[in-house]
Design a binder for this molecule. Structure first.
Ligand SMILES: [Zn+2]
Length: 292
């Protein structure tokens, strides 16, 4: 009896091991090994979305900077570090914006800035916020299509078709946004981050002041005085902050001058900005709703 029971127990254990071996390791193994699609890593959300639009299912795309963070500072997670190591291509903005990348990869030749063909603005330094116009977005998409196509020559036709359709959509959205903005009377804006020069030029706006407040510190009386001068002189009714910006310290100023504090978003990835096209549209609509 005892031997029979032992036999049954041994049989069950063997079956258990067989099942575990047969299904679990095999399943997870084969998933990772059969996904041979190139891994495209992108630093900011707009690049992530454009790469997905261009590459579709032919590639895997990872985003390094999580939505809600600032593009200028970044603490890499272990997951981000692994993606950067495994990447076939890393699409970046360059010009100091995502320089943190270079400390995270042993192979910097994988890093490709996407500014090819874009007329960069230069004041003292090159302004890296060039993705904030749909025309530049189209140049970024075309550049990505070529570089992704080189990784998977057998898919170039699919990538070409996807890219062409996307470029048509970018161009029609751009025309539509410019048309809606052409009726705007007050074209002057004040922003709280030096990110909007390309955007303003493309969409016919004039930046009359940029106030980058020191994080966590009360604005100085000089700061508020200069801001007041600009608001009064230009008959402004709104100021434009950003999601990362805290309005602490200027609330009473906003109230005193009967202003609206609206939010422009350079990065997106949120509910109203879940694609690159939605992001630019959101920013144009924010301007349309708040300029009086
Ligand atoms: Zn910026």
């Amino acid at each position: 009896m005892r031997i029979v029971r032992l036999g049954i127990v041994l049989f069950i254990i063997c079956m258990g091991i067989f099942f575990l071996w047969k299904f679990f390791p095999h399943a997870s193994f084969s998933l990772e090994q059969t996904d041979t699609r190139p891994l495209i890593v992108t630093t900011i959300f707009p690049l992530y979305d454009i790469a997905k639009q261009v590459g579709g299912d032919t590639i895997r795309v990872e985003l390094i900077l999580p939505p809600g963070g600032s593009e200028h500072t970044f603490e890499p997670t272990p997951k981000a570090q692994r993606a950067i190591e495994d990447a076939d291509i890393i699409f970046s903005i360059g010009h100091g914006l995502d320089n943190w990348l270079y400390n995270l990869t042993s192979d910097p030749s994988k890093i490709l800035p996407v500014d090819s063909g874009i007329a960069l603005k230069e004041d003292k330094e090159i302004d890296p916020h060039y993705w904030l116009t749909l025309e530049n977005g189209a140049l970024i998409a075309s550049f990505m299509a070529v570089r992704i196509g080189e990784l998977i020559p057998e898919q170039t036709e699919e990538i070409r078709l996807r890219t062409e359709a996307y470029l048509v959509l970018l161009a029609s959205t751009d025309r539509d946004l410019k048309d809606r903005l052409s009726h705007l009377v007050q074209k002057k804006i004040v922003t709280f981050h030096d990110a909007w020069a390309y955007f303003a030029e493309a969409y016919g706006l004039e930046i009359v002041g940029t106030f980058e407040p020191t994080a966590g510190r009360e604005p100085t009386p000089q700061y508020l005085f200069a801001l007041k001068e600009i608001v009064v002189k230009n008959h402004l009714s709104a100021l434009y902050a950003e999601p990362q910006f805290s309005s602490r310290g200027i609330e009473s100023f906003i109230k005193d001058y009967d202003l609206t504090l609206a939010v422009l978003d350079p990065l997106g990835g949120g509910e109203l900005t879940s694609s690159y096209i939605e992001l630019i549209t959101y920013n144009v609509e924010t301007i349309l709703h708040n300029q009086k």
